[in-house]
Design a protein around this ligand. Sequence first.
Ligand code: GLV
Length: 321
Amino acid sequence: MSKPTVVVTRQLPPAALNPILERCDARYWDSEEPIERGTLLEWVQGADGLYCLLTDTVDDELLNAAGPGLRVVATMSVGYDHVDVAALRKRGIILGNTPGVLTETTAELAVALLLATARRLPEGTHAVESGTWPIWRPMWMTGRDIHGSTVGIVGLGRIGAAFARMLGGFGCRILYTGPNEKPEAAQAVNATFAPMDALLQESDFVAVHCPLNEQTRALFSTEAFGKMKATAVLINTSRGGVVDQDALYQALVQGEIAAAGLDVTDPEPLPADHPLVSLENCVILPHIGSATVATRTKMAVMTTENLLAGVEGRPLPNQVD
Ligand code: GLV
């Protein structure tokens, strides 16, 4: 029996790659750099399965190039805003992603970013490195307390809930918002539902944990920043597109909010000369929410399991509904 044909768009750890090489005819892009679009459009022709990353746009053009044999798209990410889900559905192609395995790791990064931004850690290390660390002064490098603060979580999904649970140790009051109330999840982490406007008005820290979609694109706009406290800090570890970056820049410069911590931007990588990079009150990380050795390995392996299940006609361990 002939092996299924699959395309793999990036270099993978052996634990994820080897089962694919054993059980499939793989067109493998063995590089740390993204596959060129033209090559991907060629390689995908006649493929049964596609192993992709969040840097690969999966749209009508690509699916047309693949032809009718494509059965499964497995993305090595929990987010799938780079995939046109309706276009997949139209063709009966299934989509697999990697929820669960990155929850705790990503929530930990959100806590780290919250601390780094609230306590101005990059500014502090920069002062040490640049020799501008002055003698101890009462109000130098003062930041904001997390304990006793109100933290507003936008999106109480897996990662938002894990973040709320971790903050339990700080004694914060936790608010959350989203399209639906989630009484069970909220009770488990002692969070209270609030409409978006109330959450913006009352929170000292606002943490974004929602997916990027048509409802959440540029949710953090000039209007939203106008509702936040002048002392508030925005933390975003979901997708850059949820925040209107021009509006954020203005809000930070004009003191409408105090600071922002971003693990995600639009575009990525964010050019080093982007105005947000120049701001001391904006801490920017290079999309490393799930970046631990263990978690990235698990994500890569889970994506392989989704791909193989899809091309071998078995139910996917993690199928997007
Ligand atoms: C990372 O951002 C992911 O969606 O897994």
